[in-house]
Design a protein around this ligand. Sequence first.
Ligand code: DAH
Length: 355
Amino acid sequence: MSDIKKIKDDYLGKLSCELNLDEVNQIKIELFGKNGLISNSFKELGSVQSEDRKKFASDLNFIKDELQEKINSKIQEIEINEINSKLKNEKIDVTLPERDINQGKIHPVSQVIDEISSIFSEIGFSVEEGPDVENQHYNFTALNTPDNHPARDMHDTFYLDDKKELLLRTHTSPVQVRTMLKSKPPFKIIAPGRTYRSDSDQTHSPMFHQVEGLHIDKDINMGHLKGCLNYFIKEFFEVDKIQMRFRPSHFPFTEPSAEVDIGYELKDGKIVIGEGDKWLEILGCGMVHPNVLKNVNVNPDKYQGYAFGIGIDRLGMLKYGINDLRAFFDTDYRWLNHFGFDPLDVPSNYRGLSR
Ligand code: DAH
């Protein structure tokens, strides 16, 4: 009995000193662990003489409870002290300037692709995609571009093998071929994406973006092409009126072919689209050549339609006043912060296409 009384007095003494959580846990182990002092005392119970055993057991239980209670209240005390000292030391200074949040921006090219897709989807175009690595057949041959055509020139095209079979697509037009091969007419699609040519200066980059358009049905004519482009340009530049002219041109995959210019004027050094007497070339287009239709198993005596190809980066530069194309692809964070778009700031002509 005197032993357990001594244990009690010793440990109550220890527990009334200033302790941290680890020290209290250590005490807990010393008393109640597998070989703890109290645990061992319980094991001794059997060797105590029978007349003393009842009292010993009751004293031991009493001491055990008392020590356990003391330990619990000590732990509680330490936790409360910790919270109080945190509250005291970690005061929030509401006068401090807010922290800089590095919020990402949407790249102007992604923004413009979204705007274009949303405008065309409004008039029934769906969006198609094709691979950046194309074969020469889809990029040239199926598009009625003969072997000796200058567009196939090594100087312009990035070929990926010696046989000139694989290449980085030089335009989005091969998506026309892929789309028509995989289903049946009518077709009404746009295809935005990356394109590649061996070119680099202030207005050319070896990688750039185009959007292809294709509308094939039984009675689609050039009037539809004109109406569609007129609608698109007005919507894209957010103007009511637009001056537009078709200049005769040549593309192997269209007949007749045209390039489209839009009217603009310079106001305080800025390009204003829609008014004025200056012209700016923005796209190539035409009626899809019968040979192209034949190449994709569409009967040109039954079906006809138009196609167009627009330079996306150019449109973005015009709309958002960016004058060096190369900056688009320099990955300069400051530039992106300035010209990029807030993901939550929805443009007025945006109609809710998912990003
Ligand atoms: N693929 C042409 C280019 O990259 C642009 C183009 C012109 C696309 C006329 C067309 C088209 O679909 O009909 O210069």
